[in-house]
Write a new protein. Structure first.
Length: 167
């Protein structure tokens, strides 16, 4: 019922492919689970840093596991020795650790902890931009790869650090 309503009423929603709809809906649920289990129900860059720092201390970051998603973010947000126009559309705030994000994205910082923090902060920005309406300005178009990579990242983090059924 709600998908039918969205297809009729929400600008651009009817133009989304089933894959795009699935990726966006899955992201909403995955983020909620991630925030509950990993961020103590407080989605923020500070809580992301706290979680990643605990994994670094426990030596469980597993940076190589998250490399495909980080590579995607680097390619999307930095090309030809400059930040792409997509980078500004993240709408990073001062408390989103923009200096860390920038140095990781431009490749001058390859510290595993900072790479993980950056990938998760970008995912946090997807969450904020989706839930606060910024992504609707673009009618959610062109977001499949963003949400697919964010979903993959969230599932990997939850697999390694969450309290999942059957795990």
């Amino acid at each position: 019922m709600s998908m039918h309503w969205l297809r009729e009423k929400a600008p651009g929603f009817n133009e989304l492919s089933p894959g795009e709809c699935n990726a966006i809906c899955s992201f909403s649920l995955l983020w909620s689970l991630f925030e509950a289990q990993i961020l103590e129900s407080a989605g923020s860059a500070a809580h992301i840093c706290k979680a990643v720092d605990s994994w670094r201390e426990a030596e469980t970051i597993r940076a190589e596991t998250y490399e495909p998603e980080l590579t995607y973010f680097r390619q999307r947000y930095f090309a030809d020795d400059q930040f792409t126009y997509h980078f500004n559309n993240l709408h990073l705030r001062k408390n989103d650790r923009p200096n860390i994000v920038k140095t990781v994205i431009n490749g001058t910082n390859n510290v595993p902890r900072d790479g993980m923090v950056t990938a998760l902060i970008i995912t946090l920005r997807f969450r904020n931009n989706l839930f606060h309406g910024v992504k609707w300005q673009y009618e959610l178009a062109g977001q499949l790869e963003n949400f697919t990579n964010a979903n993959n990242l969230l599932m990997k983090v939850l697999e390694h650090h969450g309290k999942l059924a059957g795990g």
